[in-house]
Design a protein around this ligand. Structure first.
Ligand code: NDP
Length: 341
């Protein structure tokens, strides 16, 4: 049995979903209520691989909201995720993905002091961040979508916003080692971590977002921003490919401008319909088949009975692990989401 721990993108989103799912007592409540709401299993899932294998899983809504970070309710935010993990474990789930911000709040993954939640001793090897599969899928999206728009990657400038993050650093490693990319621009706020990454890669220009955007042919957005930034499409190159892997989205508004192409990053499409309703709630275009790559990682680990925290901690994603999860992803019928033409 696999699990998915998820959260909604804003208080407004959460209230609307609570109303739709038949939890009216949650629908009119403010942030304080959501801070104390317990986790809920709100979906039972069945996934069929293209090999014919069938697995089952559960979706655990953590009741975490990004506003909890924006309003410095960090303790409440961490408690939400820990309680959701305990709930998943108590329900006998073997491997659970921590979607979106669920993993980001564990700043240094120093979880030793959180050994026990009431009568449950958390077994951390039952959980994965899902970031290895997410990073792999985003790299494949760059590799496949850029040439489709006439962007020659060997001459292109690729900017990674959130470059020092878990996903961002893995994407940079892959772009550096596996793809012939003209120029790499590294964007984040902490200068020391940027210097470290630049040293590790042996290349890359450190830049502020405003400075980098007008130079980039491709922008990979994987910053952990509770709220998206506004971008003026006039300042972008044409063509420009924007791959937004943030959840909530890093880009504040949907850009519709000639020559600017926006691709939802870190999203996969399964070859067969999945029996669930949760992807309707997060507004996927094809909810029966499209999902976050991190969620797909726990499905892949369940298919292969790899019951371990495949992705864990910060900046530990290796190219070998990306290769492995990529191979399993193809084997079971997942594909990176591509631009609709
Ligand atoms: P991390 O916390 O590991 O990294 C976040 C990165 O963003 C860091 O480099 C951080 O550096 C940078 N950052 C944060 N705020 C800003 C800002 N305002 N401007 C520029 N850089 C910023 O996060 P993850 O790698 O785990 O996740 C990244 C994103 O991907 C999140 O939005 C997450 O929800 C999403 N995600 C998507 C998944 C999917 O399946 N599609 C799966 C998992 C995550 P610094 O603090 O120095 O600025």
């Amino acid at each position: 049995m696999f699990g998915l721990i998820g959260h909604l993108t804003s208080l407004e989103h959460a209230q609307a979903v609570a109303r739709d799912l038949g939890y009216p007592e949650y629908a009119d409540q403010g942030l304080d209520f959501w801070c104390s709401a317990p986790p809920q299993i709100v979906d039972h899932i069945k996934v069929t691989s293209i090999t014919g294998q069938v697995i089952e899983g559960k979706y655990v809504e953590s009741c975490f909201l990004p506003e909890m970070l924006a309003t410095r309710r960090l303790k409440a935010a961490t408690r939400k995720i820990i309680n959701a993990m305990a709930h998943a474990q108590k329900n006998g789930i073997n491997i659970t993905a921590l979607g979106g911000f669920s993993s980001i709040i564990f700043e240094k993954f120093n979880l030793d002091q959180i050994g026990r939640i009431r009568n449950i001793k958390l077994e951390f090897d039952r959980f994965t961040t899902g970031n290895t599969h997410t990073a792999y899928i985003i790299c494949r999206q760059v590799e496949q979508a850029a040439p489709h728009l006439g962007i020659d990657l060997s001459k292109a400038t690729v900017a990674v916003c959130g470059a020092t993050g878990d996903i961002g650093s893995a994407v940079c490693r892959w772009l550096n080692a596996r793809m012939d990319v003209g120029e790499l621009l590294l964007i984040a706020r902490d200068r020391d971590r940027l210097n470290h990454l630049q040293e590790e890669l042996g290349r890359g220009k450190i830049m502020a977002l405003d400075e980098a955007l007008p130079q980039a042919d491709v922008v990979v957005w994987v910053a952990s921003m509770p709220k998206g930034v506004e971008i003026d499409p006039e300042t972008l190159k044409k063509p420009c490919l924007l791959i937004d892997g943030g959840y909530p989205k890093n880009m504040g508004t949907q850009i519709q401008s000639p020559g600017v192409y926006v691709l939802e990053g870190g999203i996969v499409e399964h070859a067969l319909d999945i029996d669930w309703r949760i992807m309707n709630i997060v507004n996927m275009n094809v909810p029966a088949r499209q999902l976050f790559a991190c969620f797909a990682e726990s499905m892949l680990l369940e298919f292969e009975t790899i019951y371990t925290n495949f992705s864990w901690g910060r900046n530990q994603i290796t190219l070998d692990k990306m290769d492995l999860i990529g191979k399993i992803s193809i084997k079971h019928g997942f594909k990176p989401l591509m631009l609709s033409t």
